[in-house]
Design a protein around this ligand. Sequence first.
Ligand code: SF4
Ligand code: F3S
Ligand code: FES
Length: 252
Amino acid sequence: MRAILRIRRFNPEKDSKPYWGEYTLEDIQPTDRVLDLLNRVKWEQDGTLVYRRSCAHGVCGSDGMRINGVNRLACKVLAKSLTDGDGDAHVQIEPMLGMKVLKDLVVDMEPFFAHYRAVLPYFVNDTPAPEDGRERLQSQEDREVFDDTTKCILCACCTTSCPSFWANGDYVGPAAIVQAHRFIFDSRDMAADKRLDVLAEPDGVWRCRTIFNCTNACPRDIEITRAIGEVKLATRRGVEKQREVMRKEHAK
Ligand code: SF4
Ligand code: F3S
Ligand code: FES
């Protein structure tokens, strides 16, 4: 099988604007992912091509990019899934939208991580730990209500596919809300109100217009729009009441 690639290229040190680079790869294998194709272009044709990658197994979240118009992890997309009538794989690759491009497919992630830090994405509990040396216990039912949002790998595929974020980069974005959700609904945590204060601001959860691009883009299949809706409800009815509703929904 052959792969025909169009890759968005930009080197700020010499290009006045981005352009499309075109590459053809022969003899691609049925098991090749888009990341394998990028590696072959870099290793065999143009060593100046720049992109992020690390684990190559959908775990680290570093190779989020726009592949044939959809945000995906390059290491999770089989090239053979992008073939069309002529039997060749046609692959168009761009950096994620809404972020400053530093070079080729690498975007500046700092604003994304600033939104992440703003929601206190860590466990807060200043009360003394149990004296018997055990962990703070939690029922299976209480754990269940935030299980989905523990799966996030911070790839940014959701936030950078959201039209509300494209229109306003100050919107905290779905990834930060997913991270907030994971701690807001943790029955052992004590900083939910602080997180909800941040998310009730004009650039918080209410910027979400329920467009669902985020949910469709998530490589971990997290029900992001649902999680955002649960956080919205918590700002209205309080965390305890919302957690109770979620416990009942998960028990069904
Ligand atoms: Fe990536 Fe999904 Fe986390 Fe968004 S919620 S950053 S798409 S893993
Ligand atoms: Fe954006 Fe997702 Fe809401 S795409 S508008 S954050 S449902
Ligand atoms: Fe780690 Fe793709 S390289 S998720």
